[in-house]
Design a protein around this ligand. Structure first.
Ligand code: C5P
Length: 216
């Protein structure tokens, strides 16, 4: 059983994914971390995240231990991630890891919740439950800004808004696997929903979809 969650940065999909995984006892994969780890590795090697050869090298060398780094949560990693994510060879290198996770979730979990940008469209197009989680740009920037301040980091709202605008633009307009709701995804706009209300709406949809799938 796969639950696919896609959507732009700071839409609330990560929080929802964790809660859904806990609720169903499923494994959770945040695929943004894979791209962030590749972006960060390229930066740390002193190379340019838009350099296709450097990014492909970093993607093929990625190991699960590279996903535990707290620096992955930072904005430098996010910006570099959205650059390496536009490179087809990087996406190819990360696809098999994601599909393996979907096919055999760790710890013998009965299913997986996978969140990202292209899970419902490319990674797991056959997933029985697909959510496209979104919110207005300003609300997402506000959330991200508060999250950074809450972690004790310095943050300037205008800069966060600018970064998200550029990241949305790159993610939506790239030639390979652009950020897009699958035709059969339920769009959940969390702009006016608090986390509990967003979870309740997502859960009602997912429960119905998983029930329909197991009756088939
Ligand atoms: O979700 P998160 O903000 O951590 O993702 C960082 C970047 O990684 C995104 O802006 C996007 O460019 C890229 N990404 C992607 N496909 C995914 C997950 C993330 O292109 N499935």
């Amino acid at each position: 059983m796969i639950i696919a969650l896609d959507g732009p940065a700071a839409s609330g999909k990560g929080t929802l994914a964790k809660r859904l995984a806990k609720h169903f006892g499923f494994a959770h994969l945040d695929t943004g971390k894979l791209y962030r780890a590749v972006g960060l590795a390229v930066l740390r090697a002193g190379e340019d995240p838009e350099d296709a050869d450097a990014a492909e090298r970093a993607a093929t060398a990625l190991t699960p231990s590279g996903l535990d780094n707290p620096a992955l949560a930072g904005d430098d990693a996010a910006v570099a991630a959205s650059k390496v994510a536009a490179i087809p060879a990087v996406r190819d290198a990360l696809l098999s890891f994601q599909r393996r996770f979907a096919e055999s979730p760790p710890d013998e979990a009965a299913g997986a919740v996978i969140d990202g940008r292209d899970i419902g469209t490319v990674v797991c197009p056959g997933a029985p439950a697909k959510l496209f989680v979104t919110a207005s740009l300003e609300i997402r920037a506000e959330r991200r800004h508060k999250e950074l301040l809450g972690r004790g980091e310095t943050s300037i709202y205008a800069r966060v808004l600018q970064d998200l605008t550029e990241r949305d633009e790159r993610d939506s307009n790239r030639a390979v696997s652009p950020l897009l709701a699958a035709d059969d995804a339920k769009v959940l706009d969390t702009s006016t929903l608090d986390p509990d209300a967003a979870f309740a709406a997502a859960l009602a949809y997912v429960e119905k979809r998983l029930k329909d799938a197991s009756n088939r």
